[in-house]
Design a protein around this ligand. Structure first.
Ligand SMILES: NC(=O)c1ccc[n+]([C@@H]2O[C@H](COP(=O)([O-])OP(=O)(O)OC[C@H]3O[C@@H](n4cnc5c(N)ncnc54)[C@H](OP(=O)(O)O)[C@@H]3O)[C@@H](O)[C@H]2O)c1
Length: 247
C-alpha cells in the first residue's frame, strides 16, 4: 500500500497534483524542494486533504552531497518508504544549449546526473526494505532524439534506461521501479509553448497515472496512455523521412 511517500521536487505542478492524490488516501509524506515558504503552504494543504503527516525538507536536489544519507533520514521519519517519486527537472533552452555548452552540461547535470544518484539511493533503500516502489518521471522526449529538444530528451532517455535497469535489479527483491513518461502537460515548465488541443494533459491526469503505477504495472507508464502508441509510430519512422520534418 502506498502510504509512506517521499517526493523529490515536491513543488513541481505534477508532483503537487500527485501529492494531493496520496494525501486524500491518508498517506504520510516527506516533501523535498528548495522553497521553504511554498513547501509549508503545500504541507498545510495536504494535511487539510487528509494526509497523516507532511514533513518538509529543503534541498537543492542537483547539489546534494549525500543522497543516501538524506534518503535514510526521510525513511526514518516515515518508518520506511513505500513510494519514492523523483519529480523535478528543467526543460532548458535547446538553441541556447547548442551555443553554450555550459548550458548543455547544466541540463544533463540536473535532469540526468543528479536524478540518477537519487534513483540509486532510493533503489538501495527499497532493496534493503525488500519492498516499495521507485517512480521516476522521464518524458516521451526521451524516446526519439529530435532537433528541437534533444539535450533534454537525451537526459530523460538516460534516466529511463537507468530506471529500467533498477527495475530489473529489484525484480527479485519485492521492490519495483517505474518510469513515468508524460507527453505535453500544462505546467509552468511548458509556459513558453502554445497550449491546447487533445494532446495536452493536466497535471491531475498525469497524477492518476503515477498513483496507479505506485501500486502496479510498469516498468514504463505513458501519461496519458495514448503516448505509447504515438511514440511507437514516431520511433518507426525511417530517418530519411524523419529528417525531412521539423519536430
Ligand atoms: N510539463 C511537461 O510537459 C512535462 C512533460 C514530460 C515530462 N515532464 C517532467 O515532469 C517533471 C515535473 O515537471 P513539471 O512540468 O511539473 O514542471 P514544473 O512545475 O516547472 O516543476 C519543475 C520543478 O523542478 C524543480 N527543480 C528543478 N531543479 C531543481 C533542483 N536542483 N532542486 C530542487 N528542485 C528543482 C523546480 O523547483 P524550483 O522552483 O525551485 O526551480 C520546480 O518545482 C519533470 O521531471 C519534467 O521534466 C514534464
Amino acid at each position: 500500500m502506498s502510504d509512506r511517500i517521499v517526493i523529490l521536487g515536491a513543488l513541481s505542478a505534477i508532483a503537487e497534483a500527485t501529492a494531493r492524490r496520496f494525501a486524500a488516501s491518508g498517506a504520510a509524506l516527506v516533501l523535498v524542494a528548495r522553497d521553504e515558504a511554498r513547501l509549508k503552504e503545500l504541507a498545510a494543504d495536504l494535511m487539510v486533504r487528509g494526509a497523516t503527516c507532511a514533513h518538509i525538507a529543503l534541498c537543492d536536489l542537483a547539489a546534494e552531497p549525500d543522497p543516501e544519507g538524506r534518503m535514510r533520514t526521510w525513511s526514518d521519519l516515515l518508518g520506511g518508504v513505500s513510494v519514492a517519486l523523483i519529480a523535478y527537472g528543467v526543460l532548458g533552452d535547446q538553441a541556447a544549449s547548442e551555443k553554450d555548452l555550459a548550458l548543455t552540461q547544466q541540463q544533463i547535470a540536473v535532469n540526468f546526473t543528479s536524478a540518477a544518484l537519487w534513483a540509486q539511493a532510493a533503489a538501495n533503500l527499497l532493496e534493503r526494505q525488500r519492498g516499495g516502489t521507485l517512480l521516476v518521471i522521464g518524458s516521451v522526449a526521451g524516446d526519439r532524439g529530435r532537433a528541437s529538444n534533444y539535450v533534454y530528451g537525451a537526459a530523460k532517455a538516460g534516466l529511463a534506461t537507468l530506471t529500467q535497469g533498477i527495475a530489473h535489479r529489484l525484480a527479485r527483491s519485492g521492490a519495483r521501479a517505474v518510469t513515468i513518461k508524460p507527453g505535453f502537460v500544462d505546467t509552468p515548465m511548458t509556459a513558453g509553448l502554445a497550449k491546447g488541443g487533445p494532446l495536452w494533459a493536466t497535471p491531475a491526469q498525469v497524477a492518476d497515472v503515477i498513483v496507479r503505477a505506485a501500486e502496479k504495472g510498469g516498468p514504463v507508464a505513458y501519461a496519458p496512455w495514448f503516448w505509447r502508441y504515438i511514440l511507437l509510430i514516431i520511433r518507426a519512422v525511417p530517418a530519411f523521412l524523419f529528417h525531412k520534418t521539423k519536430l
